[in-house]
Design a protein around this ligand. Structure first.
Ligand code: NA7
Length: 540
């Protein structure tokens, strides 16, 4: 059967089914094959790449440097691939994903254009039954969710949205053929990472851009540039050591984290350090001082430095103030990394509307009506984010032992042991699931760690004649408590962020990722495995 072709495959049996062919699903498939296991991957998109398949909005770019945002599992792949820029653009990352799919001949086991709708664990056979929207009805021993953390796009239900006569697009569902915005009047709703990347590029094309901002975000300059061939050569020559540093680091990045206190540093030293980090670009700034992420007073010093930069860049002081975040600590929401974001507001064709003071009332056939007036536009861009982390998994109707649904189990927030398994759902693994570092880290590092852990686990289960593995409820409770406790030492819970589920009305307010650091987390996972899967229940 050709991947992605024809109707469903009824009655097929696999050792494992993987949901999703982004970076996690692709590598999982590669590892499963290496174990000699039969596997089927289902992917809703018509190609590989996950996040990078869908997010084709203008300016879409990764906020992790290209040489760090890549697989490390194959030395030849690592050495042969050439990145062209410091921060990779979406088209280049997608080309990389496609290259990996070709190089490892992955497509033949992937069914594209196929969404998993249902997965039910059958306690009598100890296998999963999986159904798709294309009529597949298959059975598998292990079900591996590689669904991504930011793949359930969300458009707020503004009254009148359907009446809009122009075109509207969500950044995460951007048309593949692109959109010509030349000479158009464009509304952009949302100023998270996607909006902040898209707005400068759209402003360069459109007749006018009206930005509807609810919460200003902190954004750091990317200083993107072509990758220096000499630097690329050096990285390749030293990859083994660099990768090892990333795996044992706090967030899977080659960022120097100082543990000094900003409050103990003198004015001059602070200014020097912050300026140097600002000049370096990207996440480097967040590593300036150790207390920035845990002490509100220390954090405020860093936040004020960035607000000072905004005032320096944006000519209109009133606009600069509207762009200055004051309601959350810097770093407590996903920090943005931009190219020319703040200076875009110096352009005559860009207007900033603060929807906290002037709320959106409705979408009309010709534009956006706020309390203060009507903004006529031809195109609406929704940069309004995602039902993060739990959304993609809960979109599948998953039932475990005794027919219990995952939606029901996670009603008050996700519960998982190590973010890898959730009790009562044997043989279901979640790659970068809630309770693991995932979105607080370089995703490629966390993905490889999870995939390797799961693959090793499957090999050991097989060698030991073990049919099922499940999280022990007590170990799960303890891990969830630990995840919350670690978060409580940080400033993360102080922000209304998607880390907290706060962007989705009615979603439980729970800090979902694990803030203990990827190095410590890896050690914990390795220890658990070395101790015979402590905290898991294994059955022959
Ligand atoms: P984000 O970071 O969730 O940003 C969504 C933006 O949309 C944010 O500014 C929201 O304001 C805004 N938003 C959401 N709903 C509304 C309504 N109803 N009215 C006005 N504004 C709204 O998503 P992104 O796609 O930018 O980034 C996702 C991640 O991808 C990013 O963090 C990186 O990891 C990569 P709010 O802040 O909620 O007030």
């Amino acid at each position: 059967m050709t991947a992605g072709g024809g109707g469903g495959e009824p009655g097929a049996r696999y050792d494992a089914v993987v949901i999703g062919a982004g970076f996690s699903g692709m590598y999982m498939l590669h590892r499963l094959r290496g174990l000699g296991m039969s596997a089927r991957v289902y992917e809703a998109g018509d190609g590989v790449g996950g996040t990078w398949y869908w997010n084709r909005y203008p300016g879409a770019r990764c906020d992790v440097e290209s040489v760090q945002y890549s697989y490390s599992f194959d030395e030849d792949l690592e050495q042969e691939w050439e990145w062209s820029e410091r921060y990779p653009s979406q088209p280049e990352i997608l080309r990389y994903a496609e290259h990996v799919a070709d190089r490892f001949d992955l497509r033949r086991d992937i069914r594209f254009g196929t969404r998993v709708t249902r997965a039910a664990y059958d306690g009598s056979t100890r296998r999963w039954r999986v159904e798709t929207d294309r009529g597949d009805r298959v059975e598998c021993g292990f079900l591996i969710a590689a669904v991504g953390c930011l793949s359930a796009a969300r458009v707020p239900g503004f009254p009148g949205a359907d009446s809009f006569r122009g075109a509207s697009y969500h950044t995460g569902r951007w048309p593949h053929e692109g959109v010509d915005l030349t000479g158009r009047r464009v509304a952009v709703i949302g100023t998270g990472s996607s909006g902040i990347q898209a707005i400068p590029v759209i402003a360069g094309q459109a007749a006018h851009v009206t930005v509807f901002q609810r919460t200003p975000n902190f954004s750091l300059p990317a200083w993107n540039r072509p990758l220096d061939p000499e630097e690329a050569r050096w990285v390749k020559a030293n990859y083994a050591a660099l990768r090892q540093d990333m795996r044992t680091s706090p967030v899977g990045l080659l960022v120097a984290f100082n543990d000094r206190s900003v409050l103990e540093a003198g004015e001059e030293e602070r200014a020097r350090e912050f300026e140097a980090r600002w000049a370096e670009g990207g996440f480097a700034f967040l590593g300036a001082y150790g207390d920035m992420s845990i002490d509100p007073e220390a954090n405020e010093v860093a936040a004020e430095f960035v607000r000072g930069k905004i005032r320096e860049i944006v000519r209109d002081p009133e606009v600069a103030e509207r762009l200055s975040p004051r309601d959350h600590p810097i770093g407590s929401k996903r920090i943005c990394v931009d190219t020319g974001y703040y200076s875009t507001y110096n352009r005559p064709n860009v207007t900033l509307v603060d929807v906290r003071r002037d709320p959106i009332k409705e979408i009309t056939p010709t534009g956006v009506r706020t309390a203060g007036g009507h903004h006529s536009v031809d195109v609406i861009v929704y940069a309004t984010g995602y039902d993060a982390m739990t959304g993609p998994l809960l979109a599948v109707d998953i039932t475990g032992e005794g027919g219990r649904s995952l939606r029901d189990k996670w009603r008050a927030g996700p519960r998982a042991y190590l973010g890898l398994m959730t009790a009562g759902f044997p043989n279901l693994f979640t790659i970068t699931g809630p309770g693991s570092p995932s979105v607080l880290s370089n995703m490629l590092v966390s993905i490889e760690q999870h995939v390797d852990w799961i693959a090793d686990c499957l090999a050991r289960l097989r060698a030991g004649g073990i049919a099922t593995i499940d999280a022990d409820p007590a170990a799960e409770d303890a891990w969830v408590a630990h995840v919350n406790e670690v978060a409580s030492y940080t400033l993360y819970p102080r922000a209304d962020s998607w880390y907290m589920g706060a962007n989705i009305p009615g979603k439980p307010r729970v800090f979902m990722p694990y803030a203990g650091g990827v190095g410590a987390y890896r050690q914990k996972c390795d220890q658990v495995a070395a101790d015979g899967y402590e905290g898991f229940v294994l059955s022959a």
